[in-house]
Design a protein around this ligand. Structure first.
Ligand SMILES: C[S@@+](CC[C@H](N)C(=O)[O-])C[C@H]1O[C@@H](n2cnc3c(N)ncnc32)[C@H](O)[C@@H]1O
Length: 198
């Protein structure tokens, strides 16, 4: 996500069709926190490599989900969880004709009933920022990939956030089940990627 994520889609003609539809929904709903296109392209590429189910916390208006749909292989199941009912209904309607997709209404922890996942995108709950971090041993297949969006690029170690130790980030680096790194997607945007050890 990004505070001005929805506004960063300036050229919607060149987007994959589901992404253009979701951006239009986000604009109509006044939802600003969609993932940026740089992150979306990463999600699309990762989804194309997922050999099992894909999970997402925090559907929002479905922009990140649409990038996942644009990249996934046919038959790959995607489950996305969103706690805001006012968002769940319109996104379900938007993707009503899309197979192998479930949008769950409720807290992100409901994802436990649908995993484990080969690709897990933690964009609204479970990422360790405002809520307790998800347990990759429960939610990820061995060799599966976990994604945490919307970090400022790492410039020093140990990392800090608001002048405090950035435990939301270091948690993932220190996790014994994970091999973790970050990718800088723009000068002001990085994404954390972690693979569950086989
Ligand atoms: C950053 S936005 C998601 C953006 C979306 N993934 C995208 O890429 O466009 C975060 C979303 O997570 C939802 N959320 C926050 N905490 C949650 C929780 N504990 N369980 C489920 N959804 C949550 C918010 O309502 C919000 O819609």
């Amino acid at each position: 996500m990004s505070v001005r994520g929805t506004d960063s889609y300036t050229d919607t003609d060149r987007l994959p069709e589901p992404v253009a539809r979701a951006v239009a929904l986000a604009r109509r709903a006044g939802f600003e926190k969609s993932c940026r296109p740089e992150q979306g392209r990463l999600l699309q590429a990762l989804a194309a490599g997922a050999t099992g189910a894909v999970g997402e916390t925090g559907t929002g208006c479905g922009v990140g989900l649409a990038w996942l749909l644009a990249g996934r292989r046919p038959g790959t199941r995607i489950v996305s969880v969103e706690r805001e009912a006012r968002l769940v209904g319109p996104v379900r309607e938007l993707f009503a004709d899309v197979p192998d997709l479930e949008i769950v209404h409720g807290d992100w922890t409901l994802l436990h009933g649908h995993g484990p996942f080969d690709l897990l995108v933690l964009d609204g709950g479970g990422n360790g920022k405002q809520t307790a971090p998800a347990d990759p041993e429960l939610l990820l297949t061995p060799g599966g990939t976990l994604v945490v969006d919307d970090l400022t690029p790492l410039t020093a170690w140990p990392p800090t956030h608001a002048d405090r130790p950035d435990t939301a980030r270091t948690h993932w680096y220190a996790h014994p089940s994970l091999l973790t790194t970050e990718v800088r997607l723009a000068p002001d945007l990085a994404t954390l990627l972690a693979t569950r050890r086989p």
